[in-house]
Ligand binder design. Sequence first.
Ligand code: C5P
Length: 316
Amino acid sequence: MHSYSLLASAKINLYLEIIRDRPDGYHDLLMVLQSIDLADQIDLRSTETNTIQVYCNHPEVPQDHRNLAYKAVAVMAEYFPHAFAKYGGVDITIHKRIPVGAGLAGGSTNAAAVLVGLNLMWELGLNHKQLQYLGSLLGSDVPFCIVGGTMLATGRGEYLTPLPAIDNFYVVLAKYRSLSVSTAWAYQTYRHQYLHSNVSNASVARHLNQRAYSGQIVSAIARQNQMQIYQLLHNDLERVVLPAYPQVQQLREEFQRLGCPGIMSGSGPTVFALTKSQAQAQQIVEAVNAAISDPDLELWISQFTNSSIRVLSFDN
Ligand code: C5P
């Protein structure tokens, strides 16, 4: 029986700018993505059957074909039918620690772990580019989650350029347990309210791409200028999510009041703030808890990490 256990890290968006709406319904983006060490554990086990089973300790995570981890096995089985026939079906156990529906790429990173794990278990020898292509068939954040670290992402999120690792940042994350935001809703609402035409001209698109590589946040990261990184944190989706979700707006204001500006990650509703030390992160957690004493509010302290998927143990 072959098995792999992997850790799959969450991500935050240090920067998210919506460049244009596309004819395929998606949006071209300019993002800076960062892996953090808040991670799920994914156990993969080959079985003698030809079925795919998902088990998860979180009630809101689907345990069938709707789960992105299930879809990742299905894509691998479709592209590598001989390996699927040789090794048999797969049981996937997801130990959920990343909050669900939170804008932290929890589902995407689980799918990335399945692709990385099956590549090893089935001895396919695929490189990162090939795994990222398969990941792009599953979701816009999956290619990033294959490699992780600090990356500039353009296109739908699948064109990735590694940026220098950012050292010594702690992250305070806050989310109301019962709140989740539909990513599709957030982008569609933004499209209706703020985008009125497709930028289909190729030279305009090229210009926007060039701007990505010389953007202020990219320079701030290259220079490891922590103060500037704080100041340049940005997320366009806040323009639609904050008015519709006053609790998220309130969290953001609370971080601001504490002198530690927070922004929303992805399509939310998680709000995060960066601190330079664990002690400062702990103080923020205590202050937010004291100001908003709501049992529905959850807070975590995490740290930047330079990788996304890590193998914990295996039996080949
Ligand atoms: O790619 P993924 O399935 O994660 O995207 C979820 C939804 O988010 C899409 O259906 C789309 O509505 C929206 N989206 C978008 N532009 C992107 C990424 C996602 O409009 N670049």
